[in-house]
Design a protein. Sequence first.
Length: 391
Amino acid sequence: MLALCDGRVFTGEETLEGHCVLIEAGRIAALVPESAVPPATPRHSLGGRLLAPGFLDAQVNGGGGVLFGEAPGWEGLLALSRAHRRFGTTGLLPTLISADRATLRAALALVRRALAEPPAPGAARVLGLHVEGPFLSPARRGCHEPSRLRRLEAEDLELLTSLRGGRTLVTLAPEAVPAGTVRRLSEAGVLVAAGHTQASYEEVQAALREGLRGFTHLWNAMPPLASREPGVVGAALGDPASFCGIIADGLHVHPASLLVALAAKPRGRVFLVTDAMPPVGSPGMESFRLGAEEIRVAGGRCTSADGTLAGSALDMASAVRNAVALLGLPLEEALRMASTTPAAFLGLAGELGRIAPGLRADLVLLDEGLRVRETWVGGVAAGDGALLSPG
């Protein structure tokens, strides 16, 4: 058993002073006053810093110089996972960007291996797979290559429902798939989100009735909210049960629009994602390739030749800081949007996203500047307490 003491503890619900987190066998054994720590229990000092649930990122295209969907391999997945853990992400969904079936099969094989093995030293926990496209609207494709977009067929359904033991998240355009697709995927345990879509309000409503769980990077790659055409955004904001992922980098969406979403949705239905690309954890990277296109990295932006945003250079610690600085959110709510809410979206609230007895000991330690000082995955620390990420 190990006791993490001498810090503040944000449980996902409240911040406690003078308490220790007891870890045993990779899980949180108890949360107790310091005076109640069993004698002879080894203690690790948090140095007065803030201990919080580890961040969970449902949309990670790349990191550490690696783009997951371009010939995915084990070493690339490890590099990506290690890069994001430096920024407080302890669990993630590697994300494919409109991949062909062969690439999807390879990615599924990697994720199955990751789910079957303990997390690698210094790496974030792989929670499953996010398949973004290729069943998208050509009009809202963003930087998804038009040649890769296609209709969903029976073989695709078989692949998308084949993962066991982890989470499969599929982003699709409801209007681009056959009627009943969302229901078939949802009933098979797949989480379905609408994104890169031109769907009407009525089409999204129909998808919600079939089990649509949420919306991928709300506001981006979808029509704007209009007075007589509420569209995807109107359907998302008006539905109290669904979840919305947002990219809080100050580039993808104006902070005022993000605040509209937070005001419209019930608490616990909007969560942070990075939509991260290879530059995260790879400082100085000036470009990378996305299919046949070169993506330039400058000023925190990842853009194609015509200026279209292609994912982000955002890390989750920065997203939390932005939620506080740009949106004016209380720190506790920003932390929930990076941990508790994505855990609920992924159906993992009984395992992750809070500091409570029985849950996995996946944790992040933050200093006063909300920079990451340490992380634990399954109770195993990544570093030696030194500053892990700049900020």
